[in-house]
Design a protein around this ligand. Structure first.
Ligand SMILES: C[S@@+](CC[C@H](N)C(=O)[O-])C[C@H]1O[C@@H](n2cnc3c(N)ncnc32)[C@H](O)[C@@H]1O
Length: 434
């Protein structure tokens, strides 16, 4: 099939029908910018796989595809570079015992308001965070330390097995992460943390009330209920690797995956870790600024470029893509490099997917066209050119209405990309035996 949007796509109909289903509550565990709508993995997992099959996502983010795989009794293998995202998605896809969580929750609530208990509690150290006191009120910092020490204490002094204790501590840590943005001074409506005029005005009127203990208690109760979604499911294997899908090797998983569903990062569309920096600092996934910039530099589509790289005039092995890169280079050589690097990195990920997939296995990609310096880049079309050169054929491509979540993400304080025009849903099939 040639690259043409199919407006009679049967897969679009299937997807639109699935969008009418109620999404599982567990997807709301943690806010994450650039999340897939769950209907996308749900529709295609049902369409292209059977129970017990293996689904993959090499940009697994907050784990939307992993969650849907589990809900549909499929196994899952994923990879994600951000250690906090990996952590959250691992917690989200575990089958926690709701009775145990409920009993811990009660004990935690009592202890958090027990002054005598708090006096004896050994609090941990305040984590490193650039401008900590700009982002958090003093009493919030103190409460967050108390919360973490209390949850650790409650779980560790229980009768659970040692290995299980760790899993429950991780549940509470993931919930702490989920409330960080709301208890910080940053405007919760913004993608990137920032203290907006709106927030300052509300603050001046005394309308901002930050109660970390109350937020935490509400959050643990709510999230405990979300695990009801996993009751009565078969035992499946959910594996999410914290790694680099561009440079890591996945030969161990050769010919094991039946279907990939993925939404790769957009070209320089967002600095994902900036959106999550407060949570990452608080949970100590970033211990200093060097760790922050090292991680930022290896994320696909990032805009951290060294001068010497720009001078290299990077291209791809593909004529059509190179023409765009050259057109862009006339205007802005840094962005030309970013685009070339993006497609070279994505080729490595496509090769990894080709290795992992079984023959006839499918890849469903959700991606948008981008505008870089007013030049339109047909990202989906270009990725398909690359895929065809790596053992895939194009099965279908259609347009999907853009989802609000990704719109806010891509238009937010973003100097490189323009507004995203359309979401493409692309289906490839592995058609070689290699
Ligand atoms: C659009 S998001 C995917 C969101 C995910 N589908 C969800 O619903 O949460 C893209 C993800 O790719 C990750 N990523 C960027 N570069 C990566 C790399 N080199 N290896 C693995 N993951 C990477 C980002 O951290 C981000 O979580």
């Amino acid at each position: 099939m040639e690259w043409n949007f199919n407006n009679k796509s049967k897969y679009k109909k299937i997807l639109d029908k699935t969008k009418e289903e109620k999404r599982a509550d567990i997807h709301s565990f943690h806010r994450y910018f650039g999340k897939l709508i769950p209907a996308i993995p749900r529709a295609f997992i049902k369409q292209f796989t059977n129970e017990g099959d293996v689904v993959g996502d090499l940009f697994s983010g907050s784990g939307t595809v992993a969650v849907e795989s589990k809900l549909l009794n499929r196994n899952f293998i994923g990879c994600e570079i951000n250690p906090l995202s990996t952590f959250i998605s691992n917690v989200k896809t575990r089958s926690y015992n709701i009775e145990i969580l409920t009993s811990f929750n009660k004990e935690i609530e009592l202890k958090l308001y027990d002054e005598e208990y708090i006096k004896t509690l050994k609090k941990g150290k305040v984590p490193f965070c650039v401008n900590l006191e700009h982002w958090f009120r003093k009493e919030v910092i103190n409460d967050l330390l108390i919360i973490r020490a209390t949850t650790n204490d409650v779980v560790l002094s229980s009768k659970l097995k040692k290995s299980d204790k760790q899993l429950y501590i991780e549940f509470y840590d993931a919930v702490i992460s989920s409330i960080i943005r709301n208890v910080s001074n940053a405007d919760p409506r913004h993608v990137f943390p920032g203290i907006s005029k709106r927030i300052r005005a509300l603050e001046a009127e005394g309308k901002i009330n930050k109660d970390a203990k109350k937020s935490f208690i509400n959050a643990i109760k709510k999230r405990t209920k979300y695990f009801n979604d996993y009751q009565n499911l078969n035992e499946t294997s959910i594996k999410i690797i914290n790694g680099d899908s561009v440079n890591d090797k996945f030969t161990k998983y050769k010919n094991t995956v039946d279907l990939f569903v993925t939404n790769p990062p957009y070209i320089s569309s967002v600095r994902y870790i900036e959106t999550m920096k407060l949570e990452m600092y608080w949970l100590e996934y970033l211990k200093n600024q060097t760790e922050y910039s090292n991680l930022a530099k290896i994320m696909v589509g990032n805009d951290k470029v060294a001068k010497k790289d720009i001078d290299d005039h990077l291209l791809t092995p593909y004529k059509e893509i190179n023409e765009k890169i050259e057109e862009l280079r006339q205007i802005d050589s840094k962005n030309a490099y970013i685009v070339a690097k993006y497609f070279n990195d994505m080729e490595k990920v496509i090769k990894n997917m080709a290795i992992m997939l079984k023959t006839k296995g499918k890849v469903v990609v959700k991606i948008s066209e981008s505008k870089v310096k007013k030049i339109k880049i047909d990202t989906g079309k270009f990725l398909t050119i690359i895929a065809k050169n790596n053992g895939f054929k194009l099965v279908d491509v259609f347009l999907d209405e853009i989802n609000e979540n990704s719109r806010s993400l891509t238009t937010a304080r973003n100097t490189y990309s323009d507004i995203i025009l359309n979401d493409n849903i692309i289906i490839w099939e592995k058609d070689t035996n290699e």
